[in-house]
Design a protein around this ligand. Structure first.
Ligand SMILES: N[C@@H](CCC(=O)N[C@@H](CS)C(=O)NCC(=O)O)C(=O)O
Length: 225
């Protein structure tokens, strides 16, 4: 199933958090890739050609050899298998990492991203909806902060896909109108993530146009061409 040696192609959009999640995982794994920018605003994700590679009509899509993968958390699991790292220690660690990915998809990601969207486009929502989304975001952040109070990483003794998956939406907190400094354990976790080789914030990492992304010099900003 895992395609060894084949090149990766990531289809994405530079403003997309799920695409950042996959770009970050590729970077942390040191895997170079071709990047193809999908014009979401122009409806490129609704064309027959795109729907043939992702029936959900969404980015990210990752191609690797003959495999086409969609859904960012599934892609993280695949990349952990390809790279042989970040999956979690042993069977129990790997399952716990997947539990955190499911929690992030359920309780964290939708609220942060929708709060962010409606902050940029207030006319698309109402104050009641925004209050609800902000409350749910605050609840999820409080839980995440408590969970990180007694451990450096979400699962086990080192970083895993649980951290990558839950970090991706947290990276957009400021754009959603939250202050990361209000969450000291999340801030300390973010600092630890920031020390990992290959780590970068969304706007530094995600290309705005088609690119060949080489990751050897990621700390020098010479990664996307
Ligand atoms: N559950 C999906 C969510 C992906 C997603 O929400 N993608 C958005 C961009 S952030 C998208 O492609 N939206 C296009 C549309 O819905 O028309 C994942 O994690 O990969």
């Amino acid at each position: 199933m895992v395609q060894s040696g084949a090149r990766f192609t990531l289809y994405g959009h530079w403003l997309s958090g799920p695409c950042y999640k996959v770009g970050l995982m590729l970077a942390l794994c040191g895997l170079p890739y071709e990047y193809r920018s999908v014009d979401l605003l122009g409806g490129a994700n609704r064309t027959d050609a795109f729907l043939a590679i992702n029936r959900f009509g969404e980015v990210p899509v990752l191609r690797h050899g003959s495999l086409t993968l969609v859904q960012s958390n599934v892609i993280l699991e695949y990349l952990a298998a390809v790279a042989g790292g970040l999956a979690g220690e042993g069977a129990a660690g790997a399952l716990q990492a997947k539990e955190w990915l499911a929690w992030g998809a359920d309780r964290l990601k939708p609220y942060i991203y929708r709060t962010r969207t409606f902050r940029h486009f207030p006319e698309r929502s109402s104050p009641q909806v925004v209050d609800y989304l902000r409350g749910a975001t605050a609840d999820a952040l409080a839980f995440l902060d408590r969970s990180l109070s007694s451990r450096p990483w979400l699962v086990g003794e080192g970083p895993t896909i649980a951290d990558v998956g839950c970090w991706a939406p947290v990276a957009y907190l400021q754009e959603a109108g939250f202050d990361q400094a209000d969450y000291p354990n999340i801030s300390a976790w973010a600092a630890r993530l920031g020390e990992l080789r290959g780590f970068a914030l969304p706007h530094a990492l995600m290309p705005k146009a088609d690119a060949t992304v080489r990751l050897a010099h990621h700390r020098d900003g010479a990664d996307a061409t």
